[in-house]
Ligand binder design. Structure first.
Ligand SMILES: NC(=O)c1ccc[n+]([C@@H]2O[C@H](COP(=O)([O-])OP(=O)(O)OC[C@H]3O[C@@H](n4cnc5c(N)ncnc54)[C@H](O)[C@@H]3O)[C@@H](O)[C@H]2O)c1
Ligand SMILES: O=P(O)(O)OC[C@@H](O)[C@@H](O)[C@H](O)[C@H](O)CO
Length: 407
């Protein structure tokens, strides 16, 4: 359990990346971490155990963790508990989230209420809010949702806005560690809080947006004034290649995993091709050195091949409509390639693979397939990628067919 003398981080979303990365890195830095989630069983277990293990799995010995880390100084509170508002208002030094991009709107009213209370109480210590979701500008989006829940125009609301600008930092970030779905506990009644993760980890935070001083620095996080370069590099390389590996892998077998999919030479060729294409655009836009970006891509391929992670292609492919968003991992790099007049055939194949993602267990996939049926694939593809690139996507879509037959 946490001691009240430590600075407090309140983290929304006690799921894979929350327990497997954000929680531990904050504890390691000296914060106590209060997880908040809608999942009653997980919250009850964190509250009563006050600790769990993170198993670091690399690709050496199958099944054997490289290292186990015991994470302590953690507690849990339900996200619907009225006490959460008090803790956010009075005690929090940092608020982090890893709930999924669409959930940011749902947690915003709670944070807005807490900020109002914090201002009324005159709490002067800085508060920093950092949304750790896979998207460009996640914290900015959360900030907009929060501001939308604050009272309208009056003297007191203008004082509140002044208080927030002075004391609350909203910092975007890029967060990178592959945390696969966790195995169910062998005892069906017990919640297993332990998390298996890969060794690689990188958390990059927009330094200029932080309200300083932090009570203790987050030792393992990198602070930068160039966040856009980091987040675009990560989303348009790792997440781009990951999504394509998942969609092509799913066409081979619905229960495939990322390591199995990337071991297929034909899939690897497309994935590596797509990451090189997005890399060419990223280098033009952000000035990364060619050899640095080439090793970044190779390191990512090695991470995908980790046989211990057993990362389901269905997890990595989840939410295809979100992943086909205009600034997301597939269309984002395509737009950049188009802007610089660069080749993008493998990326277009990636879009086609996403459009072939037909998983009845994924709500967005069901919606996507419905839209393709209703509008017709040509019209839908044109709407998605525009006239210039529709031919490339449609050709790849036909080539792929509903299943990937491998020679
Ligand atoms: N798993 C990864 O490898 C990884 C890596 C980097 C970033 N991310 C990003 O982190 C986010 C979470 O991913 P994840 O893999 O941990 O997913 P997850 O499903 O394991 O965790 C999400 C958690 O949020 C909780 N939640 C849902 N609604 C909530 C609400 N209203 N209030 C509080 N909690 C709520 C869920 O119960 C769940 O425990 C996503 O945006 C993802 O893109 C994931
Ligand atoms: O979380 P999503 O659905 O945006 O993307 C799925 C994976 O690509 C992602 O979770 C990666 O594992 C993670 O981004 C690695 O840092």
């Amino acid at each position: 359990m946490s001691s009240s003398t430590e600075p407090l981080a309140i983290h929304f979303g006690a799921g894979n990346i929350g327990r497997g990365f954000i929680g531990p890195i904050l504890v390691e830095a000296g914060y106590s971490v209060l997880f908040t989630d809608v999942n009653k069983d997980v919250i009850r277990a964190i509250h009563s155990n006050g600790a769990y293990d993170v198993h670091i799995l690399d690709n050496k010995e199958v099944g054997k963790p490289l290292e186990d880390i015991n994470v302590t100084h953690v507690d849990g509170i339900l996200s619907t508990s009225p006490e959460l508002i008090d803790r956010l208002a009075e005690d929090a030094d940092i608020i982090t989230t890893a709930v999924g991009p669409f959930v940011l709107a749902k947690i915003a009213p709670t944070i807005a209420k807490a900020l109002q209370r914090r201002a009324e109480m005159g709490v002067r210590k800085p508060l920093n809010i950092i949304a750790c979701e896979n998207m460009v500008g996640a914290t900015k989006q959360l900030q907009e949702h929060i501001l939308g829940h604050l009272p309208g125009s009056s003297q007191s609301s203008s004082d509140l806005h002044d208080y927030i600008s002075e004391h609350v930092g909203f910092a975007n970030c890029s967060v990178d560690r592959i945390v696969p779905p966790q195995k169910a506990s062998s005892n069906s009644d017990a919640v297993d809080l332990d998390v298996a993760v890969e060794p690689f980890h990188e958390w990059v935070i927009e330094e200029t947006a932080l309200k300083q001083p932090l009570p203790v620095p987050i030792r393992d996080a990198k602070l930068t004034s160039q966040l856009t370069a980091y987040i675009e590099r990560k989303l348009y390389t790792l997440n781009c290649g990951h999504a394509i590996t998942a969609y092509l892998g799913f066409l081979q077998s619905k229960s495939s995993t990322v390591d199995v999919s990337i071991a297929n030479p034909r899939i690897r060729r497309v994935v590596e091709g797509a990451m090189k294409e997005s890399g060419a655009a990223l280098r033009r836009k952000h000035g990364f050195r060619e050899e640095d970006h080439a090793s970044y891509v190779q390191e990512i391929l090695t991470r995908f091949a980790n046989p211990n992670l057993k990362d389901d292609v269905a997890r990595v492919g989840r939410g295809p409509l979100r992943k086909l968003g205009p600034a997301d991992r597939l269309l984002g790099p395509i737009a950049m390639c188009r802007e610089f007049g660069l080749k993008r055939d493998s990326l277009l194949m990636g879009v086609a693979a996403a459009l072939r993602y037909n998983n009845p267990e994924d709500e967005e996939s069901v919606k996507l397939q419905g839209m393709i049926r209703e509008r017709g694939v040509e019209a839908y593809v044109e709407e998605l990628v525009g006239k210039e690139d529709m031919g490339g996507v449609l050709k790849a879509y036909k080539e792929l067919g509903p299943r990937l037959y491998l020679i």
